[in-house]
Write a protein that binds this ligand. Structure first.
Ligand code: NAI
Ligand code: MG
Length: 478
């Protein structure tokens, strides 16, 4: 099918004012790092340097944890839930007011399409703050006793795939429950967290309630190991999740880990094909596949495998890959050179192991990091592309004959974060949901999020739940 030609429709960058360099946000103000370290963050679609950002060392972690401890003891834990809620509502409203600025900055620093940051990420960020603002004065009704207490200081470490949204998932429930936080954004996407720090200032949030430390793995490690941190919350790779679990073992620290996934998206023969194809696309090509709950294993019932695959390829050929700031772009840039290398390496393994590879016909820009939407068919369960998280726009297609076989194949993974089921039959949806070992099971949709609904995994996908009433438990002494 011929691709319609669209005129370029770039979103303006002028709404964002970047500073050449950024300090750390500690005790309510931006400060220089003690050791003076710094690193650059780039736009992955152009490799342009956006800004220089401070690198927090152990002394900075000390300072930030001390600021969070002071704010916890002197103000935040003493405020009534209603007062805390007022600040959270204020933050939520400012996020809405500055939505365009946040979306453009997120797209610049991360490489995701503006239509996603504008229509998905930022609205969900505001929704999370509104949602948990509403809980702040109702904690006694959350099912954890009449007067549940906060934990203290939370050390929070987030990844680069949804920088602001992961910040919201971590900060909003922590603050609502009365904790103070030290948050470390990922090293390739620090800028929206720093803009969020400005929003905290604008909201007059008491100093030290939120502290933002930029840096890479060693900064995260120092935060996790800091003796005055009461709670650790992490989203990222299973590998680092393991290190964190080891680091906190034997301490009184509470920990939640949200790790990888290798979700099955299961299409039965009675599913409406066009709708399922849209769900497959949304399931695995949304955010360049940098999604822990992405539907990376398509399990399609054998009798419709050909028709589904043909429709899918036709649809993928219409996706537009390119400038993430263009409002018509569907597929943006891969977040970093390192991640692109990982995707390339695993895709090559898929080919070497005998699966057949197809990529959507699209021209990749000369600069920046890009990978075309790619589908592997003829994939066996033993193939590495069927077992390992690729975290890129790559789909592995397997087939099944019976519901039982679909469940067995879907559950045959070390992960258990999410799954999808496409069928006309309600009773089958319920049966599948009962038998799939996954934290979230979507029916006739995929990658749908709501602040009111808990999210989290089984097995190597981690433990603990974020979102909803369940998400409060991780920040309360229960
Ligand atoms: P990562 O797990 O290294 O990074 C996530 C965060 O952890 C970043 O803020 C990083 O600075 C921090 N970190 C790194 N080492 C640490 C340590 N020892 N202690 C404390 N914090 C530490 O993930 P990375 O290297 O960016 O991606 C590797 C793979 O992980 C991806 O290919 C993907 O498969 C998976 N991943 C999964 C995510 C998810 O949402 N579940 C998010 C990002 C990556
Ligand atoms: Mg960047």
């Amino acid at each position: 099918m011929a691709k319609l030609e669209y005129a370029p429709a770039p979103e303006s960058r002028s709404v964002v004012s970047l500073r050449p360099s950024y300090g750390l946000f500690v005790g309510g103000e931006f400060v220089d790092p003690v050791d003076g370290g710094a690193f650059k963050t780039i736009s992955p679609s152009t490799e342009e340097v956006l800004a220089e950002v401070a690198e927090a060392g152990p002394a900075d972690v000390d300072r930030a944890v001390a600021a969070a401890r002071r704010a916890y003891g002197r103000t935040w834990s003493r405020l009534s839930g209603r007062e805390r809620g007022k600040y959270l509502f204020r933050i939520a409203r400012i996020i809405q007011e500055r939505a365009r600025e946040l979306a453009v900055l997120e797209t610049l620093d991360n490489g995701k399409p503006i239509k996603e940051s504008r229509d998905v990420d930022v609205p969900l960020v505001a929704a999370h703050f509104f949602y948990y603002a509403g809980w702040a004065d109702k904690l006694g009704h959350a099912g954890f006793g009449p007067d549940p207490r906060p934990l203290g200081v939370a050390g929070q470490i987030i990844p680069w795939n949804f920088p602001l949204l992961m910040l919201a998932w971590k900060v909003a429930p922590a603050l609502a429950a009365g904790n103070t936080v030290v948050l470390k954004p990922a090293e390739t996407t620090p800028l929206t967290a720093l803009l969020f720090a400005e929003i905290c200032q604008q909201a007059d949030l008491p100093p030290g309630v939120v502290n933002i430390l930029t840096g890479a793995g060693p900064t995260g490690r120092a935060l996790v190991e800091h003796p005055d941190v009461d709670k650790v919350a992490f989203t990222g790779s299973t590998e680092v999740g393991r290190l964190i679990a080891e680091a906190v073992a034997g301490s009184a620290k509470k920990v939640t880990l949200e790790l990888g996934g290798k979700a099955a998206n299961i299409v039965f023969a009675d599913a409406p094909v066009d709708q399922a194809v849209e769900g497959i696309v949304r399931g695995v090509f949304f955010n360049q596949g940098h999604v822990c709950c992405a539907g990376t294993r398509l399990l399609v019932q054998e009798s419709v495998a050909d028709v589904v695959l043909t429709s899918l390829k036709r649809r993928l050929a219409t996706l537009r890959l390119g400038d993430p700031l263009d409002k018509n772009t569907d597929i943006g840039a891969i977040n970093s050179a390192v991640q692109l290398e990982r995707i390339r390496a695993l895709a090559d393994v898929g080919e070497a192991e005998g699966a057949s590879r197809w990529s959507a016909p699209c021209t990749l820009p000369d600069r920046g990091y890009w990978f075309p939407p790619t589908v592997f068919s003829g994939v066996a369960q033993t193939h590495r592309i069927a077992r390992e998280e690729i975290f890129g726009p790559v789909l592995s297609v397997l087939t099944f004959r019976t519901p039982k076989e679909a469940v067995e194949k879907a559950n045959n993974t070390p992960y258990g974060l999410s799954a999808g089921v496409w069928t006309e039959k309600g009773s089958r949806i319920l049966w599948m949901a009962q038998h799939l070992r996954a934290g979230v099971v979507w029916a006739n949709t995929f990658n749908h999020f709501d602040p009111g609904s808990p999210f989290g995994g089984y097995k190597e996908s981690g433990y603990g739940r974020e979102g909803g009433r369940h998400g409060l438990e991780a920040y309360l002494d229960v």
